[in-house]
Ligand binder design. Structure first.
Ligand SMILES: [Zn+2]
Ligand SMILES: [Zn+2]
Length: 291
């Protein structure tokens, strides 16, 4: 009797989920996207897709997102949106950053990304088009990945600021107190590994699809370059993300070396009061403007 009742409830829930699913509009150019995806699956091995595809995506997105912020320093229109007006970008800083980034990408980032295939195999993450969740589910999963990663980031980042640890690892990332886009991944190799581990929590929890791994990678790169950009233009598509912390929030962390330990959201800093210096700074700035 109880088993029948449970089966009825599950059956109704399944029908309701199917009905909601049928209401979801397809992604733009769904036919082309699906044939492109299937072409990729037939033309390359899973190892090639996960390894070379992920490395290519990471490098392409990083360069494409950094470029507009790099060009902002030569755009007079953008000058008024520079957050730390008295700390302009210099060739010396940017060249130093670029050299270190090249080494970091070749010897740390890319070798780590090359583990993508083994990661997907170990957690049984599918590649095929039929198993790919509909786009609203991917959006929700990607947002959830950001929430989990932000939690990991807050606590590990705070630990890296411990006075006994800071000078050995995290000091490298804080070399430039006025951040600029490409500085996002300028860090000690150990920091790249420790903070980067947070990236994998969401995909490990959902075990959803290779597409989630790539969408989440795209989002995380957009977010980290944006918060390090040093610019706060009035229109920023990243600000449509609910509860997004934004560039001002992390820029203050670099300027102040303390507080605002979160990356994407502000919840943990609010909860632990590590945003108080930032709030005070904002209040003083607002008072100066009013005078
Ligand atoms: Zn820090
Ligand atoms: Zn930073």
């Amino acid at each position: 009797m109880l088993a029948n009742h449970t089966a009825d409830i599950l059956g109704s829930a399944y029908l309701a989920a199917e009905y909601v699913d049928s209401l979801i509009p397809p992604i733009p150019m769904q036919e082309r996207v699906s044939s492109g995806w299937n072409y990729m699956l037939h033309s390359y091995t899973k190892f090639q897709i996960a390894t070379y595809g992920s490395v290519f995506l990471h490098e392409l997105v990083y360069v494409c997102v950094c470029l507009p912020f790099f060009l902002s320093q030569f755009t007079p229109f953008m000058k008024k949106y520079k957050i730390q007006q008295d700390e302009p970008e210099t060739w010396e800083k940017q060249w130093k950053c670029l050299k270190m980034l090249a080494l970091s990408h070749v010897f740390v980032q890319i070798p780590l990304i090359c583990g993508a295939y083994h990661f997907t195999q170990f957690f049984g993450i599918p590649y095929d088009w039929e198993s790919m969740p509909r786009w609203p589910y991917l959006v929700v999963q990607c947002y959830s990945c950001a929430v989990m990663d932000d939690t990991w980031f807050y606590f590990t980042h705070r630990l890296l600021h411990h006075k006994r640890i800071y000078k050995h690892i995290h000091k490298v990332h804080h070399e430039f107190s006025a951040p600029f886009g490409m500085q996002a991944e300028y860090a000690h190799p150990l920091e790249t590994v420790v903070l980067g581990a947070g990236f994998l929590i969401g995909p490990m929890v959902f075990r959803s699809h290779l597409a989630l791994l790539w969408i989440w990678l795209l989002f995380r790169l957009l977010e980290t370059v944006d918060i390090h950009s040093g610019y706060n233009p009035p229109v920023n598509p990243m600000h449509i993300i609910p509860f997004y912390a934004g560039t001002l929030f992390h820029d203050f962390h670099h300027m102040n070396f303390e507080g605002n330990f979160s990356s994407c959201f502000t919840w943990w800093d609010k909860l632990f009061g590590t945003n108080l210096q930032y709030k005070d700074f904002q209040r003083r700035k607002a008072e100066q403007k009013d005078q």
